[in-house]
Design a protein around this ligand. Sequence first.
Ligand code: 5AD
Ligand code: SF4
Length: 449
Amino acid sequence: MQSAADKQDAGLSTVAEASRQRGFYLETYGCQMNLADSELIQGVLEKAGYRPVADPLDAGVVLLNTCAIREHAEQRVAQRVRALISASRNSRVRIGLAGCMAQHHREKLLAAIPGLDFVVGPDGYRGLGELLNAEGGFAQLRLDRDETYADISPVRGEGTRAWLTIMRGCNRFCAFCVVPYVRGRERSLPAPVLLNELRSIAEQGYKEVVLLGQTVNAYEHDGVDFAALLRMSSTVDGIERLRFTSPHPADMSARDIEAMADCDKVMPQLHLPLQSGSDRVLKAMDRGHDMEQYLRLVDQVRAAVPDIALSTDIIVGFPGEGESDFEATSAVMDEVGFDHAYMFKYSRRERTRAENIEETVSEEEKSARLSRLIDEQQVRAGAINERMLGQLTQVLADSPAKKQAGWLAGKNRQYKTVVFDPHGATVGELVDVKIEATGPHTLRGQRVA
Ligand code: 5AD
Ligand code: SF4
């Protein structure tokens, strides 16, 4: 039997409990698109009366926005969500998975992870507030070829750089990739909506904007293509720098390259996923271009924007990748001279075209190939960056440096990290830095007035 005092406590704690139920905790995994989607989720939840909390133990709703691109990404999330479930002391907390992994494994996750209350896919965020206002669990997994969230304002984090989603989904169906299955078909946002959003981003004080899309240069809406959108975006006052990621090589038009060259605000930096340097493997991957086309594109881009920095994505160990295919990848990376590369071991994904292609490269061999490419890239990036010694480079100061008190860190025009002695400059300023030391990942120097 409850005593009167207990009852009163229960009454008080009901108020605290109700407030706690409105707190949400959100953790993000994976690519920039997911970071931008989390800002969207935050916008949806705040509009529905929820507020962000920093500690999952204080939250009524715990949400992980997940990635499905490789098995390893999913394993990490599965571990994390199990830990959060067993740590939660609040019996009424609702724990859910959002994003690509949720869409990939669907309702199966609710059975596989006891204590998981809901799953919501990349096109299901609009109704999240109402779904959470009702009691109980749910699965919101409908893909919607028209959903662009054009009318929903994301809540962006503080900083100098904002991310803006201009298109969602992918129509390319590369053989290894789960994205088209979990994010659905390509769709672009109207240019006027994007320009409004850019103006609001500028008013909020951001200096740099990264335009986002799974195949960002496939952007097309009402006759506005990616090149036209770049030119329009360049006219927005207050935005000093524009970048975009990730373009697909086969979608890169001469118009896109001209726009990059013509617009001073479009930074000399391009992430151009290659995946493999072997025509045989590119074909098996269904990438839609061969090596000759890729190298021609690199030449065209470099002719138009001579100081451009190039980065890429590489997959080693795709089924059928032989020693000579791998050597070709290594050689092409050398020939192009990428400033940066993200390199991965092939991870077989359910539902993709490559799912049923028998794997031919052992885990050991994949690891050996990956570490060789990483070592080679480290040396290459070191040599490329060394050429910056003694040079001036323009940096947007983003934050205090992590390791050096009083110094700042930021990105230069080529998106390289620069750590520098600011001599009075503050975060948010565009400054010139003279480079005094270089490494494969960072440049260091002094701001010059
Ligand atoms: N295995 C390994 N890497 C993959 N990527 C996409 N799918 C896979 C997969 N199944 C890589 C590609 C892509 C990047 C975002 O992730 O290199 O460009
Ligand atoms: Fe995946 Fe290929 Fe689409 Fe990129 S272009 S998201 S790798 S299917």
